[in-house]
Design a protein around this ligand. Structure first.
Ligand SMILES: Nc1ncnc2c1ncn2[C@@H]1O[C@H](COP(=O)(O)OP(=O)(O)OP(=O)(O)O)[C@@H](O)[C@H]1O
Ligand SMILES: CCCCCCCCCCCCC/C=C/[C@@H](O)[C@H](CO)NC(=O)CCCCC
Ligand SMILES: [Ca+2]
Length: 590
């Protein structure tokens, strides 16, 4: 029962034809039909109560007589009820639908007198204004080329009206080229003016935003993003994703749906979901950040192949997926990893990362409370350290999933028990096996069966890992020149299958972007270290050869990813547990 001291307002108002007891407490707006009201008194029908948390109210508006609906229904209501519409106000709020979708519902209350309406509207607005986490000014980037190229329309038709209703001001930028948003955030955007950044697009667009924001934060804070040992500074701006892409994996895994209206509502109510970010390095060179999948082998090859089929839209992944499955390439090399210690959770848990996840909370606190220990541990990390484990073999896929990677194609994701914000990534190794077995593994991503319960699959929860393809194992940049040539020719052979030469290298799929030599451009600002200079020199030669042969992929030999716990925050709350039956909204309630 609500303590009387917390009750702000209690009135008898009408909702449609029904008289209702309406109350506003500090956190709840409730309206309950009086059991004797309505056209027919029904002694056995229980009076129905609705409650909306103030935190999920989008806005409140005063109804105007002139706010005409086309059919003049306001006039009809007025005549029917004998009421003055100027005494009515409407509350817009979040309503939960199936499959984690949210919609904007509304309820109109009619007051017996104008002063009471003012009191109600004023009180609700005051409550909303007191919610500090709600964004008031957003910077919005729209990728007009994402997915089915509907980003602009989705924003204008579904999202902008909601932001306007909620009084959220926006500066909207339609990108003119790839990396436009990233570069704008890095150099030009006046970030102090905004409470958050929203991207309309797919995972690639989200990736641009985090690259821009994380870079800017490190520059402003004097942190060297190249160093794999330096702790990165968390940014202050939250990021919203309005899904309009082909996979929308980050949106799906943080909200539970890839639905623009749902995502817009999560932004409006000011949700906050921390997320891990994996920084990928080659020696002392930063390459890219990843929040979802860092994949070598199958997913690298699917992505490389699908990029040539962009014109097909989202279907390109299906076609390339089948093609690369039939091709059945495996890659030889060494995986080393640093198992995550002192944390809760394993990749084989039945429990899932859900809204308010205790595993993420626990591990996040653990890492923030003991940063020194974490740093000391990391400083002593080396391949000789007994903590590091090494596996050599032939692999069809090497995947690191920093979160589940759930998406419409695979609703439970690549690593169903992975966590959004626990400071770890799940390293999944799929060893060479028959096509039939690999198909069993892949198909289990779409069913309830456990994709890890197979002899040729292993999964480890790690903080850092390294993969070195066999032909790079000398691991020296100078040797990379020779290996680069090897890579170059195996690439040619891949494109000319008649010669029967299997490629020695795959590409890295980093959140749906191929890790190419162009990744290196983000680090030119600093004086280069000696080994990096050799690498860049090498890359420049390769760039020339690649562009001459029109080949655009390049695989870095040894990659060194490291997870940064809860580095960024999204306008999301994690996937909510399904509601119990009684909580479901009853459309016939009043
Ligand atoms: N104006 C633009 N013209 C061309 N490309 C752009 C433009 N703006 C952004 N891009 C690039 O388009 C690429 C794909 O965008 P995005 O990720 O939004 O869609 P998608 O690939 O269809 O979806 P997903 O990543 O979910 O599979 C990104 O790499 C992004 O950098
Ligand atoms: C023979 C076929 C059997 C079918 C098996 C289906 C298995 C589906 C697993 C889906 C895993 C999605 C991983 C998500 C990765 C994203 O970070 C990335 C960016 O959007 N998307 C891709 O790389 C796009 C990669 C899409 C791969 C299908
Ligand atoms: Ca994680």
């Amino acid at each position: 029962m609500e303590r009387p001291g917390r009750l702000l307002l209690l009135s008898e108002l009408r909702v449609g034809n029904a008289a209702c007891d309406v109350s506003l407490c500090r956190s709840l707006l409730t309206w309950k039909r009086r059991s004797s009201s309505g056209p027919v008194y029904h002694p056995f029908r229980p009076s129905v109560s609705h409650s909306v948390s103030v935190s999920e109210i989008i806005s409140v508006r005063e109804e105007e007589e002139s706010r005409g609906r086309d059919d003049g229904s306001w006039k009809k209501i007025k005549e029917r009820e004998g009421k003055d519409c100027r005494l009515a106000f409407t509350v817009l709020y979040v309503e939960r639908r199936q499959q984690h979708r949210w919609r904007c519902a509304e309820v109109t209350f009619t007051c017996p007198e104008g002063a009471l309406r003012q009191h109600w509207v004023g009180s609700i607005r005051e409550q909303l204004a007191a919610i500090a986490s709600r964004p008031k000014h957003l910077l919005v980037y729209i990728n007009p080329c994402s997915g089915k190229r509907k980003g602009k329309r989705i924003y204008e038709e579904k999202v902008a009206p909601l932001f306007a209703q909620a009084g959220v001001a926006t500066q909207v930028i339609v990108t003119e080229r790839a990396n436009y948003a990233r570069d704008h955030l890095r150099t030009e955007a006046e970030l102090k003016k905004f409470d958050g950044v929203v991207c309309v697009g797919g995972d690639g667009m989200f990736s641009e935003i985090i690259h821009g924001l994380i870079w800017r934060t490190q520059m402003d804070g004097g942190v060297d993003p190249d160093s794999p040992d330096e702790a990165l500074l968390p940014g202050s701006l939250r990021i919203g994703i309005i899904p309009a892409g082909s996979t929308d994996c980050i949106c799906f895994a943080t909200v539970g749906a890839n639905d623009p209206v749902t995502s817009a509502l999560h932004v409006i109510v000011g949700d906050s979901q921390p997320m891990d970010v994996c920084s990928v390095h080659h020696n002392s060179t930063f390459l890219r950040y990843s929040v979802s999948l860092l994949g070598y082998g199958f997913y690298g090859d699917v992505l490389t192949d699908s990029e040539r089929k962009r014109w097909l839209g989202p279907a390109r992944y299906d076609l390339s997926g089948v093609k690369m499955f039939l091709t059945h390439h495996y890659y030889e090399g060494t995986v080393s990893y640093l198992p995550a210690r002192g944390i809760k959770g394993t990749p084989r848990d039945a429990a899932r990362c859900r809204s308010g996840c205790v595993v993420c909370q626990h591990n996040g606190e653990q890492l923030s409370e003991k940063p020194e220990r974490y740093e000391v541990d990391e400083a002593s990390d080396s391949e000789n350290d007994s903590e590091w484990r090494t596996i050599r073999g032939k692999f069809l896929a090497i995947n690191a999933a920093s979160m589940s990677c759930a998406c419409p194609r695979s609703p439970k994701g690549l690593s169903p028990a992975a966590h959004l914000a626990d400071g770890t990534t799940d390293l999944i190794l799929v060893r060479k096996c028959s096509r039939f077995d690999f198909l069993r593994h892949l198909l289990r991503h779409t069913s309830k069966d456990d994709q890890f319960d197979l002899t040729f699959v292993e999964v480890h929860r790690v903080r850092r890992f390294r993969f070195t393809p066999r032909y790079c194992q000398s691991n020296s940049d100078l040797d990379m020149r020779e290996n680069g040539k090897h890579q170059l020719f195996s690439q040619i052979c891949r494109d000319h299958p008649a010669c029967g030469c299997a490629p020695a290298y795959s590409s890295w799929n980093c959140d749906g972007e191929i890790l190419t030599h162009t990744a290196i451009d983000v680090r030119y600002r600093d004086p280069l270290g000696a080994s990096s200079r050799i690498l860049v020199e090498f890359l420049t030669q390769e760039e020339f050869i690649f562009s001459f042969l029109n080949l655009n992929t390049f695989s870095f030999c040894s990659l060194f990813p490291r997870v940064h716990c809860q580095l960024i925050k999204l306008f999301a709350r994690g996937i909510e547990e399904p509601m119990v039956f009684e909580d479901l909204p009853n459309p016939c309630a009043i």
